[in-house]
Design a protein around this ligand. Structure first.
Ligand code: AMP
Ligand code: ZN
Length: 208
């Protein structure tokens, strides 16, 4: 695990608390602002337009893992207003195209969604293939953050914003979701630990 410039441990997945989930705003150079740097790095960008940038996730949790970021400064889901609906639809539409094209003929499924409580600042939509075949997927938190209700589909976020005028994920009890037993996302079999889980899930990946 890499060490932050500030000397604090830098999580590759959701930490138990972070600047984006509450507390004081992160200072310049803090690890939680790393997406803002990566957004500006041409070698990480896979798509840009006047409203969004799509980057490769630096610690991908699957064979294909992208982050769709708005250029507009939007800190988190809670900041969203109905005026952002068009932007969210654009993020979903382009994210969908980019991952679909990248996956090509590999026959992998994918999902587009947000973490209920992200570790990183600046709104980001995950576009992630469902193989979860990646060395960066190392912990129960990583697993549950992408395979439980902690992962909120883009459509659900858009729907909630349309109906309720805001997005609030607190009723999902996100902390408890991260502690759920390890279960295969395809056949629901419970596995005792991450190595066993990882050995199991590759069996579900279609051979092309
Ligand atoms: P989350 O905030 O939990 O929705 O997820 C943040 C995602 O950002 C994780 O999938 C990390 O692997 C990824 N990540 C962390 N730091 C960087 C960075 N500097 N550049 C690109 N991706 C990053
Ligand atoms: Zn299974």
């Amino acid at each position: 695990m890499a060490t932050a410039r500030t000397g604090t441990k830098r999580p590759e997945g959701p930490p138990s608390s972070s600047s984006s989930s509450g507390g004081p705003p992160a200072k310049k150079g803090h690890w939680s602002l790393g997406l803002l740097d990566t957004m500006k790095d041409p070698s990480s960008q896979v798509y840009t337009d006047d409203r969004i940038v799509i980057i490769k996730d630096k610690y991908p949790k699957a064979r294909f893992h992208y982050l769709v970021l708005p250029r507009e400064q939007i800190a988190k889901l809670k900041t969203l207003k109905p005026s952002h609906l068009d932007l969210l639809r654009h993020m979903e539409e382009v994210g969908d195209k980019v991952i679909k094209e990248a996956i090509g003929e590999e026959g992998l499924t994918y999902r587009l969604g947000y973490h209920a409580v992200p570790s990183m600042s600046h709104l980001h939509l995950h576009a992630i293939s469902q193989d979860f075949d990646s060395p960066s997927l190392k912990t129960k938190k990583h697993w549950n953050s992408f395979t439980s209700a902690y992962f909120v589909d883009s459509k659900e976020v858009i729907d909630q914003l349309e109906k309720e005028g805001k997005v609030d994920t607190s009723s999902k009890n996100p902390d408890a979701l991260l502690k759920l037993p390890l279960r295969c996302h395809v056949c629901k079999l419970e596995l005792g630990n991450i190595p066993k889980l990882k050995a199991h899930i590759v069996k579900h990946i279609k051979k092309s």
